[in-house]
Design a protein around this ligand. Structure first.
Ligand code: SAM
Ligand code: DTB
Ligand code: SF4
Length: 363
């Protein structure tokens, strides 16, 4: 069946709410028509710049304004990154995803260092992904030239619910960044979080926004909120495994060719729960005992799970060939010293303000 780019919210809601067995069967069928159901892509996350972020994302332990115990750190060195990437490769990952707690990329020394990290990891024959916040077209092209394979930039929720979670940046700028990445030929990784208090309509709304992109993202991470103390969403109830399976199955049906990533929240899922997610069409995970700042299952446990389910890790560059890394000296693209004006809506989100005002108890 041809990939559709005109899904409506009602159609997606109807899929999401199908009787569970029907939904699972349909998703597993679409999955088999488009992918090898026994292959799962494995990525390792690496937080190259942790904490101290200026934004007010209600879910995020790295936002400086909340009191979460995550310390702000400087950008890692290229050598440190290389050592971590080698460890990830030895542990069986085909991709390294470097995350930075930035609102957007700024031209300058730090970005030049990130470009060097991209070249270094690509030359280790690993797929390299970055998630650095909003980027311009020129920045995306420079990353592409350095050998970037994928750029992660999540829509996180529906356009409507986004406003309930974040006030310092707008949904439109997320879409604009994805458009910029597309112009660079780097693959797009974009998904979201469930369990933030959003409705089923919001979940469907997010899938409308993602599935109507043409082309659809090559990778769609579905995160279960990891509620972190000190963040505005700390008291959210753990999302149920049934909702997670429904969300993954629906994502698989509306985006048949994409790699659907079973992302944050696996430490709270049983092996049986995760197996249902794989059956429903998830074919990618983050491995390694840490996500960016929160825990993730142990690599050995994951490998045992793969063995018991007969799953095999996907090889690097299986979906799209490796691109050459161009040295900084041979670059076609200049550092433009851009100062882009990304939006800052600035509306009031009560629970974000409350979390910001709360002080840690004095000991
Ligand atoms: N600063 C960049 C940005 O916001 O695009 C990149 C890093 S940011 C931490 C990447 C993604 O991590 C977010 O878009 C969100 O989907 C996910 N994330 C952050 N905190 C999370 C949490 N507590 N639970 C689940 N996912 C989370
Ligand atoms: C994505 O969708 N999930 C990853 C990755 N992309 C960057 C991040 C999850 C972060 C969970 C919270 C933390 O560890 O700080
Ligand atoms: Fe900063 Fe990204 Fe966390 Fe938002 S999600 S606070 S932009 S690190």
């Amino acid at each position: 069946m041809e990939t559709r780019h005109n899904w409506t919210k009602q159609e997606i809601l109807d899929i999401y709410n199908k009787p569970f067995m029907e939904l699972l069967y349909e998703a597993a069928t679409v999955h088999r028509q488009n992918h090898d159901p026994n292959t799962v892509q494995v990525s390792t996350l690496l937080s190259i710049k942790t904490g101290g972020c200026s934004e007010d994302c209600g879910y995020c332990p790295q936002a400086a304004r909340y009191h979460t115990g995550v310390e702000g750190n400087d950008l890692m060195s290229v050598n440190q990154v290389k050592a971590e990437a080698l460890r990830a490769k030895e542990a069986g990952s085909s991709r390294v995803c470097m995350g930075a707690a930035w609102r957007n990329v700024r031209d300058g020394e730090e970005f030049e260092n990130v470009l060097e990290m991209v070249r270094t990891i690509n030359r280790l024959d690993l797929e390299v992904c970055c998630t650095l916040g909003m980027i311009t077209e020129n920045q995306a092209k420079r990353l592409a030239e350095a050998g970037l394979y994928a750029y992660n930039h999540n829509l996180d929720s529906s356009e409507e619910y986004y406003k309930e979670v974040i006030s310092t940046r707008g949904f439109e700028d997320r879409l604009k960044t994805i458009e910029n990445v597309r112009k660079s030929n780097v693959t797009v990784c974009s998904g979201g979080i469930i369990g933030m208090g959003e409705s089923e309509e919001d979940r469907a709304g997010m899938l409308v926004a993602l599935s109507t992109l043409n082309p659809q993202p090559e990778s769609v991470p579905i995160n279960a909120l990891v509620p972190v103390e000190g963040t505005p969403l700390a008291d959210q109830e753990q999302v149920s495994i049934w909702d997670m399976v429904r969300m993954i199955a629906t994502t698989r049906i509306v985006m048949p060719e994409t790699q659907v990533r079973l992302s944050a929240g696996r430490t709270n899922m049983s092996r049986e729960g995760q197996a249902m997610c794989f059956f429903a069409g998830a074919n990618s995970i983050f491995a390694g005992d840490k996500l960016l700042t929160t825990p993730n299952p142990d690599v050995n446990e994951d490998m045992e799970m793969f063995k018991s389910l007969g799953l095999n890790p996907q090889k690097p560059f299986e979906k799209k060939p490796q691109r050459e890394s161009v040295d900084a000296t041979d670059s076609k693209y200049q550092n433009l010293g851009e100062k882009p004006k990304w939006s800052r809506p600035g509306h009031v989100i009560e629970r974000n303000l409350t979390a910001q005002q709360k002080r840690k108890p004095q000991v």
